[in-house]
Design a protein around this ligand. Structure first.
Ligand code: MCN
Ligand code: SMO
Length: 793
């Protein structure tokens, strides 16, 4: 049932309400950063390093400065006088903190790093003026390969950050039990070296921002295509040394973020500093090439892993060594640890793994900084663990489904503590797989595979199950010891005298549909119609304190805050209504914007009349009730909650072209109580599409000198609709036992499961050659080489 008539169903949570924001998105009425054109607007363009690693000498800016239309030129030294360098802090013991100057100071460390900025009356003039700036670069050897840079023990000849004294900016180990002994006792051991290449985060809208400084009030306003207005506000106040209440950050409509817009960027700081200095609005909009060069990139890990099992298929141990290429800088606020730490925290996945030993090292290289990308760490860990499971199944002669079912964390094991100390509250692992097998018609699909193979074609089936931590509260800080808060969100609700409701959140969605889902939650809790609730996101001057949209947290955190605030407002509305109706509040019910007295349905009052009374003076209010109808509530789910899914792929590899075609894609997932199944389905589909891109097409390539070879969308392949198969989606709906509302997060899940499931399907399709996929993306060239190498030996 698609509910087009807003407010038609009394229970909105759970209904397939159409996305209300789509009205403006689909009719071209969305308002993005670049649509904001205040009068007196100036345009910034950045001079970017052509070298991967070089010492900076003199920067000659006089000619650029003298060009008509140029208002200002700034170098790193100029900027350093008005803004502090970014330093992403963490208390992690083996983390080396380094600085990230918004404009390069003594050195450049990757191609595309900002060296100077020109502000001019138009972007054209600004771009032209860049050509007039002369920079003395003294080229240095590039650190291009994390594995080589890691080469243990050896003194590093080329250091990226002198202050760190090593290119290994972080290291961490986790262990539980005795993984060595488990390896020795195993009946079967499978191991491999997995390579998950570097990926770019491609959004429809590039990054961009506009800063304004109001001389009269001293207020700085930054509009940015960001996921995290709250985090930016805190950081900018600090870096620009401004009182925090004079800094306002607004995320307008944003066309995709996927993690790359969750960090603080050099351009945002620079543009703010310029606007303040010039007292004029300054805009910077990235072009696609700048975006591919400078937005945070993702994943890029080598994982050497080994799994030990008993002859009956029981897992007894796992060990792994992860090397993570973190690029040139540690990004704020997450630090360079965001990807690597997840990679060893979640490696054991949905399985009972008694003995575990894993180590990760994050190595700085001359590449764009590594940051979060949909799934963070878990696309890689799922690829590795699920790949090992299939290798083990083949070696044991077991069905991959049976081996998984045998090892899943069982219902009675929850809450389950993983070897890295994460606690899973509860998840539907076996039920997801059971339902997947049924939905697939596994036997039928196996028959399809046999038939295709009988025709001499290469077909395979791949499974992947994952479990993920979502809606994380304050127990697990994003970067330990840093002064940022990511564990709470808040909801501000205000009923106007006319009975309409404004719900403000610090979240800043980029396509997730939160304007619809949060309105559903508020309308249900409060008891008003959906069309009477307006959700406002992403303006720090309106919203209560919070950070933003990332880490699959908004359903849990903002949803929880919305429930608390909705309940409070309802209680107060009922108190006022009781006074108006001369009834007992306990006998009243508020639904669809109308308060009625239980048992006598014609006695009632509208929410509008209640709201009018709330602002209408003391005589209309109960004696002990203060005027007004608004409330702010915070919610902290503390640990967060587990979501899980099984993905199944049937795929075929073309014998001539080595192209992979997907034949079927089935997802069975459990994200707890569903707020809006239509939106959740869309999220799963989008996530799977990105996972398909990761598995088959997308790869950031730098040459050994650190030049980016995949700097356009001609070279960096993202899948189009033609490559994305329609995903069949099934939901299990087990309310989370630990979150208010029972919601679990799911915005990243599709991307976590897809690369692993597709890789396993391809391994299965090529199993006759003994090929095991251990490298992603599976380009036709790679597959051809694998098949040829195996066929020739
Ligand atoms: N939802 C629901 N019921 C649930 C859980 C979620 O109806 N039980 C809804 C939520 O209300 C929300 C959506 O599903 O509308 C996703 O919710 P959630 O899992 O809480 O994730 P967030 O809203 O916090 O979104 C962040 C997540 C992340 S981390 C990335 S990366 C990502 C993703 O969302 N980036 C996206 N999905 C994206 N979708 C779009 N279109 N664009 C991005 O940049
Ligand atoms: S990578 Mo999502 O913004 O946490």
């Amino acid at each position: 049932m698609e509910n087009t008539a807003e407010g038609a169903t009394p229970k909105l949570v759970g209904a397939r309400v159409l996305r209300r924001e789509d009205q403006r998105f689909l009719t071209g009425q969305g308002v993005y950063v670049d649509d904001y054109r205040p009068s007196g607007l100036l345009h910034a363009a950045f001079l970017r390093s052509p070298y991967a690693h070089a010492r900076l000498g003199r920067i000659e800016t006089a000619n650029a400065q003298a060009m008509p239309g140029v208002v200002a030129v700034m170098t790193g030294a100029d900027l350093a006088r008005v803004a502090k360098p970014v330093r992403a802090k963490s208390r992690m013991s083996q983390y080396r903190e380094t600085g990230f100057p918004p404009l390069a100071l003594d050195k450049v460390r990757y191609v595309g790093e900002a060296v100077a900025v020109v502000v001019a009356e138009s972007r054209y003039v600004a771009e032209d003026a860049l050509e007039e700036i002369v920079v003395d670069y003294e080229p240095l050897a590039a650190v291009a390969d994390a594995m080589a840079a890691r080469a243990s023990g050896e003194p590093e000849t080329v250091l990226l950050h002198d202050e760190a004294e090593s290119n290994v900016l972080l290291a961490r180990e986790f262990s539980q039990g005795d993984a060595e002994a488990a390896m020795a006792q195993a009946d079967v051991r499978v191991r491999d070296r997995f390579r998950f290449h570097r990926h770019a985060v491609v959004c429809m809208e590039n990054r961009g921002c506009v800063a304004e400084f109001h001389l009269g009030s001293g207020e700085l306003t930054l509009r940015s295509a960001t996921q995290c207005p709250g985090l930016l506000r805190d950081a900018l106040a600090d870096l620009l040394d401004m009182p925090e209440h004079l800094v306002r950050v607004i995320a307008p409509d944003v066309g995709g973020g996927f993690g790359a817009k969750s960090s603080l960027y050099p351009e945002e700081i620079t543009v703010c500093a310029l606007a303040r200095m010039l007292s004029r609005p300054v805009k910077w909009i990235s072009d696609r090439r700048e975006d591919l060069l400078t937005s945070t990139q993702a994943w890029d890990e080598v994982v050497e892993a080994e799994l030990a099992l008993r002859a009956d298929g029981t897992i007894i141990g796992l060990r792994a060594e992860v090397t993570s290429d973190i690029g040139a800088y540690s990004i704020y606020p997450w630090t360079a640890s965001v990807e690597p730490i997840q990679a060893i925290s979640f490696l054991s996945g949905p399985y009972r793994v008694p003995h575990y030993a894993a180590r990760v090292r994050g190595v700085a290289t001359c590449k764009a900084p590594m940051g979060p990308y949909r799934g963070v760490g878990r696309p890689v860990t799922t690829f590795v663990m699920e790949g090992l499971m299939d290798r083990a199944a083949r070696q044991l002669g077991m069905d991959p489904v049976a081996l998984r079912l045998h090892n899943y964390i069982r219902e009675e094991d929850f809450p389950y503590r993983t070897p890295s100390g994460i606690v899973w509250d509860q998840a539907s692992l076996t039920p997801c797989m059971d339902q997947a097998v049924e939905a697939l018609d596994y036997a039928g699909l196996q028959a399809w595979r046999s038939q295709v193979r009988a025709e001499g074609r290469w077909a395979g089936i791949g499974f992947a199950t994952y479990i993920e931590l979502t809606g994380v509260g304050s127990a697990i800080p994003a970067s330990p010891g840093a002064s940022i808060s990511t564990g709470t969100e808040a909801a501000f609700l205000r009923a106007d005298p006319s009975g309409t409701v404004t719900a403000a959140f610090s979240l800043a969605p980029q396509g997730q549909g939160n304007e619809t889902t949060l309105a559903q939650v508020v309308a249900d809790e409060l008891g008003v119609r959906l069309q009477d609730v307006r959700v406002v996101c992403g303006d720090t001057a309106i919203a209560p304190h919070g950070s933003g949209t990332y880490a699959s947290r908004s359903a849990v955190l903002a949803g929880g805050a919305a429930i608390l605030a909705g309940r409070d407002l309802r209680a107060k509305a009922l108190q006022i209504a009781a006074h108006l109706l001369e009834a007992n509040p306990d006998d009243l019910d508020l639904q669809q914007g109308r308060v009625s007295v239980q048992g006598s349905p014609d006695r009632g009052v509208s929410f509008r009349e209640v709201a009018q009374a709330a602002y209408g003076g003391r005589r209309r209010l109960p004696p002990d009730v203060e005027p007004g109808l608004e409330v702010t509530r915070f919610y902290d789910p503390y640990y967060g909650t587990a979501s899980s899914a099984t993905h199944v792929v049937a795929a075929e590899v073309d014998r001539e072209t080595y192209e992979v075609t997907l034949h079927r894609y089935v997802v069975v997932e459990d994200c707890g109580r569903l707020i809006n199944p239509l939106i959740v389905d869309g999220q799963v589909r989008g996530g799977v599409a990105q996972g398909i891109g990761a598995a088959l097409y997308e790869e950031v390539i730098y040459d050994p000198g650190g030049q980016l070879l995949s700097g356009t969308l001609m070279d960096y392949l993202v899948p189009s609709a033609a490559e994305v198969i329609k995903t069949e989606i099934h939901h299990l709906e087990t309310p989370s036992p630990t979150t208010l509302g029972g919601f679990r997060g799911m915005g990243e899940g599709g991307t976590i499961g897809a690369p692993a499931a597709i890789a396993n399907a391809v391994s299965d399709a090529l199993s006759q050659f003994g090929v095991e996929i251990n490298e992603i993306p599976m380009t036709p060239e790679r597959l051809m080489q694998l098949v040829r190498a195996e066929s020739s030996c």
